[in-house]
Design a protein around this ligand. Structure first.
Ligand code: BGO
Length: 270
């Protein structure tokens, strides 16, 4: 048995600290194929059949930086058995942007909210049960620095790997969903079902890498372009910005229900 867990998260979220806590000295360092970005893998402590792959720190799965391309190619091409998404609890709103994209890949996702020692010290509160319900995946509080919750998070990822794929809970606005439904119908039906939504969203965004991978005919491309243009006209923005903005609106609503800042709204003397 070999279970492959990918560790994904923003830069500075504590990914290296968590990777070291999970694997100890049992690490192998190399490069990602064809690029000089460092690749680290390791066996989970006390679980020889579980390999943890440390992905480069990224803010999103758009293909604009080398790190994003490396992380994306691995998640799409190699398809790990589960993703352990490390999230900086002191920067929850920004970190959830990547999370919303990871939940669309058709891979089981477990969220480890890190820096909980700082969150607690600040007196802030994260409603993890609600966040878990809203995002459709298990959420575990950890402190990678202090070592609390880290094995629990890894074990949750193992369990998730053996269970069902995470299903994205978020839906975009009517015009976008209308276009996505058409795209799913004409352009991505040859892909495994759990990956269809991811590809449909990427195609809506006119993501060149995803379009090249699907080898769409000129006919299909023209048909899809009409759907995208209709949504752009209705929402008065370009497709990529529409998706980005709607993600931020969704995350803001998640934050409202799941996050309480101790001193929110209070004026500070300065
Ligand atoms: C420095 N709690 C706290 N309080 N800090 C944490 C935790 C946690 O749970 N997890 C990580 N950190 P990386 P990426 C540092 O290096 O693992 C800290 O980029 C410093 N360094 O110790 O490197 C961690 O791999 C000087 O902090 O993240 C590190 O994702 C002063 O978060 C930082 C203060 O962790 C980033 C901190 C010289």
């Amino acid at each position: 048995m070999n279970i492959r867990i990918a560790l994904a998260g923003n830069p500075n979220s504590g990914k290296t600290t968590l990777f070291n806590a999970l694997t100890g000295s049992n690490q192998f360092v190399g490069n990602w194929p064809g690029v000089t970005v460092e690749k680290k893998e390791g066996k989970l402590k006390k679980h020889n059949g579980v390999t943890i792959t440390d992905l480069p720190g990224i803010y999103s799965l758009s293909p604009y930086t080398l790190e994003e391309v490396v992380a994306r190619n691995y998640l799409i091409g190699e398809r790990p058995d589960a993703i352990l998404n490390i999230v900086d609890g002191t920067n929850l709103e920004r970190n959830l942007y990547l999370t919303t994209q990871l939940t669309e890949l058709g891979i089981p996702v477990v969220i480890a909210i890190n820096m909980m020692d700082v969150v607690r010290k600040n007196g802030d509160k994260i409603n993890t049960a609600e966040l878990s319900r809203e995002l459709g995946c298990k959420v575990i509080e950890i402190s990678a620095l202090k070592g609390t919750g880290v094995m629990e998070a890894a074990e949750a990822a193992i369990k998730a790997a053996e269970g069902t794929k995470t299903v994205p809970m978020h839906t975009f606005s009517g015009p976008v969903e209308h276009a996505l439904a058409h795209i799913e119908e004409v352009a991505v039906h040859q892909m495994p079902e759990e990956q269809q939504r991811w590809y449909a969203i990427k195609i809506f965004e006119r993501d060149e890498k995803a379009m090249a991978q699907l080898k769409l005919s000129a006919d299909v491309q023209a048909h899809i372009e009409e759907d995208i243009k209709a949504a752009e006209k209705e929402l008065d923005d370009d497709a990529e910005s529409i998706i980005t903005n709607e993600r931020y609106v969704y995350i803001a609503s998640l934050m409202k229900g799941c996050y309480k800042k101790k001193n929110a709204g209070k004026l500070t003397a300065s």
